[in-house]
Design a protein around this ligand. Structure first.
Ligand code: ADP
Length: 755
C-alpha cells in the first residue's frame, strides 16, 4: 500500500538496520538447514537448549534453523523465509506485521518455543477461546519436540485444570481469561489457592486489537453482597422530569443532559441543597445521571427486553438477546427500577483491571497482527514496542479499488446491492463487512429479494463462526458479516475460484480507523491469491460526519449519487484521520485515569503478598493488640497466624473495593463537573493519592478491631457480622462505556465461581 511506504522509510535507519541484520541471520539459518536436517530429534533438541545461555541465544541462526527443522518434522510445514524473519523479530520483542494468511500461527509458536527454550514462560494471547484451544493443540507437537509443555486455558476449565495448564512452558489463552484468573488470584487467602503462574513473556495475537482497540476495556470481578441500595426515590424524581425543560437529549440520542432547572427540580424532590456540592454530591449525581440515562436513552425492546420479570439485554452488535450480560451495576439497577422490577443483586465490584494494565504487567511483550503499522504510535507510546513489517511470502495480487463515494446512504446502498449482484453473477465469492447488525440484516434482506443466497454472520459461537468463514471462499458464496476484526480464521479459496478473481471483499463504509479497513481488506489476497477490495462510502456515514468538523462539501453528485473525484476521496481519508486522532486522544486521556489505579493496585499486591507469604499479619496484630494476643496464646501458632492472615487480607481487599467504588464515583462526578471548568484529571489524582495513602492504615486499624472481637479457635476464624467474603464471585467484561455510547455497552458474564 503506497501510503505506508514513505511512512515506513521515515521510521529511519534503526529499523532498516534491524531489517538488514535480521535478513542476514535468516539467510545463514537457511544455509544451515541441510546440515541440521541430518541430525536426529534428540540431538536437535539438545543443541537448541545448549544455544540458550542465561536467557540469551548465542547463535540465532542455528537456533532458528533448528526451530525450522522441528516444524517440518512435527507439523509438516517448512517455515517460509518470511516466517523465520518474523520469529526472529518476535524473539527480539517487536510487534510484527504480517498479512492475513501468511502463517502467523506457526511463526508465533516457533517464537514461543524459542522463548520457552531460554527458560521463560510464555503466554500466547489469543482473541478467543476457540483459537486458544485450536492453536495449542495444532502447535503442540512442535513445542513438545523440545521436551517443553504446552496447554490452553479456556473459559470452561475448572480452577484445578487451569492451575495445571498455567504451569506449562507455553500457555495459549484468551486475554480475558488471563485477566479474570489474575483478578481471582488477587483475592486468595492462601497461596495454595493461586491458579495462575505468572508469565514472563506475552506474545499477543491480533496485537493491535488487544493492545490498542480494546486496551481500555475493564475486566471486572464482582462479588455478591446482601441487600442493594434503594434507587426508587431517585427513579421517581427522574421520572417526573420533562424532556426539553428538565433535560435535553442530543441529536443522535447518545447523550442526555440535565438542565439547570432539571437539577433544581431533582434537588427539590430529593430534599438536598445541591447536586453538585457537598459531601455525597458525587454519589447522588452519578445515580441521577444513571437514572436519566436509563429513562431517556435506553428503550425497551431495542436495548433490552423484559422477560419473566427480568431484564435481558440485547447485544447491539449481534442483535440478539445476550445471555448473562449486564450493564455496569448502577445502570442495570437504574433500568430495573425504571421498569419496576426487583432490583437484582448487582454485586459489588471487588477488583478490576484494564487490558492495558494487564498487559503492562508482563516483563516482556511482543505481538503479531496484519495491521500494526497504523498503530505504531500507540504501541510505542503505551508499551514501548517497535513494529517490524515482514514481507509477504508471495506478492500481493489483490486489487484494491478506489473508494466509491456517494452523497447519501440510500444511493450508496443501491449501488452496493447492484455491485454485489453483478459480482455474484460471475460466481466470485463475496464477503461484505458491515458495521452493525441492523445494516447486515438490511443488506441480507435486499439481497434475498434479488434471489441471492446470503450467509449472515452474527453468531455468538466462535467455533461456528470459524466454520462459516471457512466456507466463505467457495464459488457463489455471499457472506455478510459484522466486525471481521480479530476473527482469526483465514478464508481459503475453493477450487476454480482463483480463476474467477478470488474473494471480493466489500466494505459498507470506512471504519473509524484505517487499520480496521485493512483488516477487512486483508481477508482477500492471502498467499498471493487474486482478490478484490472496494469500500463504499457515503457523506452521511458516521466516520465522515464525525470527522468533517465544519468543512462543507460542495461537490455535485452524478445522477446515481456518486461523487467520483479524487478530491472527495481525499476528504473521506481526512475525516478518517480526524476520527483516528480523536480515538487516540480519548485513549491517552482515559489511560491517565486508569494508570494511577493500576499502579496503586501493584503496590497493594506487594502488601498482599507479604501478608500471604509471611507471618507479618500475626506479628502486626499482636503488636497492636497484645492483650488479645495473650488471650489467644493457647492456640497452635499456625492457627493463630492463619486467622490473623484471614482478618488482614479481608480488610485490605475490602478497603480496596471501597477505594475502587469511591474513585468510580469521583470520576463520574468529575467528568460531570468538568463543565464547570475544573481540571478533572488533577483533581482526580489528588483525591486518589490522598485516599490511597490512608487505605493501608485503615485496613490495619479495622483488622485490629476485628482481631479483638472475632471468634478465633484452632478450627479457624469467624470474622463477625457483615464481614464475610462474598459467597459467590463472577467476572465480566465491560465492552463499551454505556454512558457514552447509546446504551449498547453490554457486558458479558463469563462464568460463575463459588469460592
Ligand atoms: P494468519 O494467522 O497469518 O492469517 P495462519 O497461521 O492461519 O495465518 O496460516 C494460514 C494457513 O497457511 C494455514 O492453513 C497454515 O496451515 C498455512 N501455512 C502457514 N505456514 C505454512 C508453511 N510454512 N507451509 C505450508 N503451509 C503453511
Amino acid at each position: 500500500m503506497g501510503a505506508f511506504d514513505w511512512f515506513w522509510k521515515a521510521l529511519g535507519a534503526q529499523s532498516e538496520r534491524n531489517d538488514t541484520r535480521s535478513k542476514q541471520v535468516v539467510t545463514r539459518a537457511e544455509d544451515l538447514l541441510s546440515e541440521l536436517s541430518a541430525l536426529d530429534d534428540a540431538t536437535l533438541a539438545q543443541r537448541a537448549r545448549a544455544l540458550a545461555v542465561d536467557g540469551e541465544i548465542t547463535d540465532k541462526s542455528e537456533f532458528l534453523a533448528i526451530l525450522s527443522v522441528a516444524a517440518t518434522r512435527t507439523l509438516d510445514m517448512t517455515p517460509f523465509t518470511v516466517q523465520s524473519q518474523a520469529v526472529l523479530r518476535l524473539l527480539e520483542g517487536d510487534v510484527i506485521q504480517m498479512a492475513t494468511g501468511e502463517g502467523k500461527t506457526l511463526a508465533g509458536a516457533m517464537a514461543a518455543t524459542g522463548f520457552a527454550l531460554t527458560g521463560k514462560r510464555v503466554h500466547v494471547i489469543t482473541v478467543n477461546n476457540y483459537l486458544a484451544g485450536r492453536d495449542a493443540e495444532w502447535m503442540s507437537p512442535l513445542v513438545s519436540f523440545f521436551g517443553l509443555s504446552v496447554a490452553a486455558v479456556t473459559e470452561k476449565m475448572s480452577a484445578d485444570e487451569r492451575r495445571e495448564a498455567y504451569l506449562c512452558d507455553v500457555v495459549y489463552a484468551p486475554v480475558n481469561e488471563i485477566g479474570f484468573d489474575l483478578l481471582r488470584d488477587n483475592q486468595i487467602t492462601d497461596r495454595s489457592q493461586q491458579v495462575q503462574a505468572p508469565g514472563d513473556v506475552a506474545l499477543v495475537d491480533e496485537a493491535d486489537s488487544v493492545l490498542v482497540d480494546e486496551a481500555l476495556v475493564p475486566l471486572v470481578l464482582a462479588g455478591s453482597v446482601a441487600g442493594s441500595q434503594s434507587t426508587g426515590e431517585i427513579t421517581a424524581a427522574v421520572g417526573a422530569l420533562k424532556e426539553g425543560r428538565h433535560f435535553t437529549v442530543d441529536g443522535d440520542r447518545r447523550n442526555v443532559f440535565l438542565t439547570d432547572s432539571g437539577a433544581a427540580e431533582i434537588e427539590r424532590r430529593l430534599g438536598i441543597d445541591s447536586l453538585y456540592d457537598g459531601e455525597h454530591a458525587g454519589n447522588v449525581l452519578v445515580r441521577v445521571n444513571l437514572a436519566l440515562h436509563a429513562r431517556a436513552l435506553l428503550i425497551r425492546d431495542i436495548h433490552y427486553i423484559v422477560d419473566d420479570g427480568k431484564l435481558a439485554l440485547i447485544d447491539a452488535s449481534r442483535g440478539r438477546v445476550a445471555d448473562l450480560q449486564r450493564w455496569p451495576d448502577g445502570l442495570q439497577a437504574a433500568v430495573e427500577a425504571k421498569e419496576g422490577l426487583t432490583v437484582s443483586d448487582g454485586g459489588r465490584i471487588l477488583d478490576q483491571i484494564t487490558l492495558q494494565a494487564l498487559m503492562s504487567r508482563y516483563p516482556a511483550i511482543c505481538g503479531m497482527t496484519g495491521t500494526a503499522v497504523e498503530a505504531v504510535n500507540q504501541l510505542r507510546e503505551f508499551y514501548g514496542l517497535r513494529v517490524s513489517v515482514i514481507d509477504r511470502n508471495r506478492e500481493l495480487a489483490r486489487i484494491d479499488e478506489d473508494d466509491l463515494v456517494y452523497a447519501g446512504v440510500a444511493e450508496k446502498n443501491v449501488a452496493l446491492v447492484e455491485r454485489i449482484a453483478a459480482i455474484h453473477e460471475t460466481g466470485q465469492p463475496i464477503l461484505v463487512g458491515t458495521h452493525d447488525v441492523a445494516e447486515s440484516e438490511y443488506l441480507a434482506e435486499a439481497l434475498r429479494a434479488r434471489d441471492i443466497e446470503v450467509a449472515v454472520l452474527n453468531a455468538k459461537n466462535d467455533e461456528e463462526e470459524a466454520g462459516i468463514i471457512a466456507h466463505a471462499g467457495e464459488r457463489g458464496r455471499v457472506t455478510v458479516s459484522t466486525q471481521m476484526a480479530g476473527r482469526g480464521t483465514d478464508i481459503r479459496l475453493a477450487d476454480g475460484v482463483a480463476e474467477l478473481g478470488g474473494l471480493a471483499v466489500l466494505g459498507t463504509s470506512r471504519h473509524r480507523t484505517a487499520r480496521l479497513d485493512n483488516q477487512l481488506r486483508g481477508r482477500a489476497g492471502r498467499q498471493g491469491d487474486p482478490g478484490l477490495s472496494i469500500f463504499f462510502v457515503s457523506l452521511e456515514d458516521d466516520v465522515v460526519v464525525t470527522g468533517r468538523g465544519d468543512i462543507a462539501v460542495s461537490a455535485q453528485p452524478e445522477e446515481d449519487g456518486q461523487i467520483p473525484t479524487r478530491k472527495i476521496r481525499e476528504f473521506v481519508e481526512h475525516c478518517q484521520r480526524v476520527t483516528e486522532g480523536q480515538l487516540l486522544t480519548i485513549h491517552a486521556q482515559t489511560w491517565k485515569y486508569n494508570k494511577l489505579l493500576a499502579d496503586q493496585r501493584i503496590i497493594l499486591d506487594e502488601r498482599r503478598a507479604a501478608l500471604l507469604d509471611t507471618d507479618r499479619a500475626v506479628q502486626e496484630l499482636s503488636a497492636r493488640a497484645p492483650e488479645r494476643a495473650a488471650e489467644l496464646a493457647g492456640l497452635p501458632p499456625e492457627a493463630l497466624a492463619h486467622a490473623a492472615r484471614q482478618i488482614m487480607l479481608f480488610h485490605l481487599d475490602d478497603e480496596w473495593a471501597e477505594h475502587l467504588a469511591l474513585m468510580d464515583d469521583v470520576r463520574e462526578s468529575i467528568h460531570l463537573r468538568a463543565i464547570a471548568k475544573e481540571t478533572p484529571i488533577d483533581e482526580y489524582h489528588r483525591i486518589a493519592v490522598r485516599e490511597f495513602k490512608d487505605l493501608a492504615q485503615r485496613a490495619v486499624d479495622k483488622s485490629v478491631d476485628t482481631f479483638r472481637i472475632a471468634r478465633i479457635t484452632a478450627e479457624g476464624v469467624e470474622l463477625g457480622e457483615g464481614l464475610a467474603r462474598p459467597s459467590a464471585t463472577w467476572t465480566y467484561m465491560v465492552s463499551d462505556n454505556p454512558l457514552s455510547g447509546g446504551g449498547s455497552g453490554a457486558l458479558a458474564t463469563m462464568e460463575s465461581f463459588f469460592s
